[in-house]
Design a protein around this ligand. Structure first.
Ligand code: NAD
Length: 488
């Protein structure tokens, strides 16, 4: 049976072609899902425009909007096992990871509910006594949210929650490969009492549904997470329409091991930073710089730890790495490894698709470490988005900073050192939106997240996150009983 989609508050068959969700671990079919047509997008946008302007939402008190998000957070937690299992089926991440994504979605909903309830407006008191000003924040209107496949429920809630908290309506287009979590989320919002039309889930092709949404004249903000090329394209659309856009894009993040690092802690952190999620993470620490003085020792330990990783069926306990999302992506990762070899790189471990036993049925690729290439090589510059780490050595900090920053990307970086002051100063010199010192891939919803350079525009999360979905208005109030004087 083809599953319906959520258009303007109604569950019905999308009029686009049917898409099939596959389990990347064995290729079995999870579900057949309808996709949206351009006509469905039009109906969803009209419903959204009506819903956000309706007094029941426009004039809702902050705690009334927040109440919906609090209820959704509770419902997510009540169904966390089911939601995690669904995402594992959809994108092949191990259950331990998809459980964390579900918990993150519930936390995000609560955080933005609280941010919405506690948002203060500003009363400005200029020295002039004959007027005062107030600055208030108002919704933007209809928001198009477009997401990738690697962390569906978490990245989707990161857009839906602040957009609704800010009083907007949201039209979400999930990634082609992973629509299941978003459709479940819609059921929870419905159950939590979100008024009709404020949320639509419109699965479908980016070039059809995503474009139609982004270009629609009533869509007043584009919130995008995905690849840099798609982000650039959407930035052009937003520029033509003169609407705000937030772009969370790709990365090629450096991880740096200084000579005084705690070797064991750093090696484990580096392995986790690149190989968790099978490297399919925008913030994956995919370029490793190790100081020459401990390079050999560090590499030996890194290889030992990497060889201990368990790659396998993502529904089985104790698995570190599941499959890649699909055959096309696996082929792209394998092509990069072939390119590394052709460029003179030495593959120290991994580097061949896994086909033993049940792994033959899915898209399994092993953790792969490559050495012997300079930072200018294509595999050191381009985002592979898979379990591939390139390792380089450095001699001094000037060379290190120049090479770490020599990238079009600037999403994240990691530093391992026992000298906190040195790490702090180095952190300030690195061109990236998030820096981890003696840890990696830790996240807090209260810390703003986003990229430098081609890794993005704008920030998500943090208390300011809700303001990214609002626009400021200043209101002047005259206090004088005299007419305006003829001056400025
Ligand atoms: P992608 O850019 O191919 O697709 C992302 C979304 O955009 C999908 O929903 C897709 O259907 C849609 N899309 C594609 N073409 C479109 C168009 N012309 N108009 C409108 N929408 C369109 O990315 P992906 O392969 O799904 O995800 C991987 C990428 O996402 C990587 O580059 C990764 O680094 C990035 N990512 C970034 C972050 C971050 O927070 N910075 C987080 C996760 C993933």
């Amino acid at each position: 049976m083809v599953r319906p989609i959520f258009i303007g508050g109604e569950w019905r068959q999308g009029r686009g072609p049917v898409s099939i969700s596959h389990f990347p671990a064995d290729g079995s079919i999870n579900a057949e899902i309808g996709t949206a047509s351009v006509e469905d997008v039009e109906e969803a946008v009209q419903a959204a425009e009506h819903a956000w302007r309706h007094p029941s939402w426009r004039q809702a008190l902050p705690h009334q909007r927040a109440a919906v998000l609090y209820r959704v957070a509770d419902l997510i937690e009540q169904r966390s096992e089911q939601l995690a299992a669904l995402q594992t089926k959809d994108n092949g991440k191990p259950l331990a990871e998809t459980r964390a994504l579900v918990a993150s979605a519930a936390g995000t909903a609560r955080y933005f509910a609280a941010a919405c309830e506690t948002l203060d407006e500003q009363l400005n008191t200029p020295r002039a006594l004959d007027f005062m000003t107030l600055s208030v924040h108002e919704p933007i209107g209809v928001v198009a949210a477009i997401t990738p496949w690697n962390s569906p429920i978490a990245s989707e809630m990161q857009k839906i929650a602040p957009a609704l908290a800010g009083g907007n309506a949201v039209l979400l287009k999930p990634a082609d490969a992973t629509p299941l979590a978003a459709l479940e989320l819609a059921k929870l919002f419905e159950e939590a009492g979100l008024p009709k039309g404020l949320l639509s889930i419109l699965p479908g092709r980016g070039s059809v549904v995503g474009e139609a949404l982004a270009r629609h004249p009533l869509v007043r903000k584009i919130s995008f997470t995905g690849g840099t090329n798609t982000g650039r394209r959407l930035a052009h659309v937003a520029a033509d329409k003169l609407i705000p856009t937030s772009l969370e894009l790709g990365g090629k993040s450096p991880t740096i091991v200084l000579e005084d690092a705690d070797l064991e802690l750093a090696a484990k952190g580096v392995v986790y930073g690149i190989f968790s999620s099978a490297g399919q993470a925008c913030i994956a620490g995919s370029r490793l710089f190790v100081h020459r003085s401990l390079y050999d020792r560090f590499l030996t330990r890194l290889l030992e730890l990497t060889r201990e990783l368990r790659v396998g069926h993502p529904e089985r306990p104790g698995i570190h790495m599941g499959p890649l999302i699909n055959e096309a992506h696996l082929a792209s990762v394998a092509d990069y490894v072939a390119l590394a070899r052709a460029e003179g790189g030495k593959v120290l471990c991994g580097g061949e698709r896994l086909t033993e036993g049940e792994l033959a049925e899915g898209c399994f690729y092993p953790p792969t470490i490559i050495a012997g290439l300079p930072n200018g090589a294509r595999v050191c510059q381009e985002e592979i988005f898979g379990p591939v780490l390139v390792v380089m050595r450095f001699d001094d900090e000037e060379q290190l900073v120049a090479e770490a920053n020599d990238s079009v990307f600037g999403l994240a970086a990691g530093i391992w050192s026992e000298d906190f002051r040195r790490a702090w100063h180095l952190a300030r010199r690195l061109e990236a939106g998030t820096i981890w010192i003696n840890t990696y891939k830790k996240f807090s919803v209260s810390a703003p997240f986003g990229g430098f350079k081609e890794s993005g525009l704008g920030r998500e999360k943090g208390r300011q996150g809700v303001l990214a979905y609002m626009q400021q208005k200043s209101i002047y109030v005259g206090l004088s009983d005299q007419p305006n004087p003829w001056c400025c």
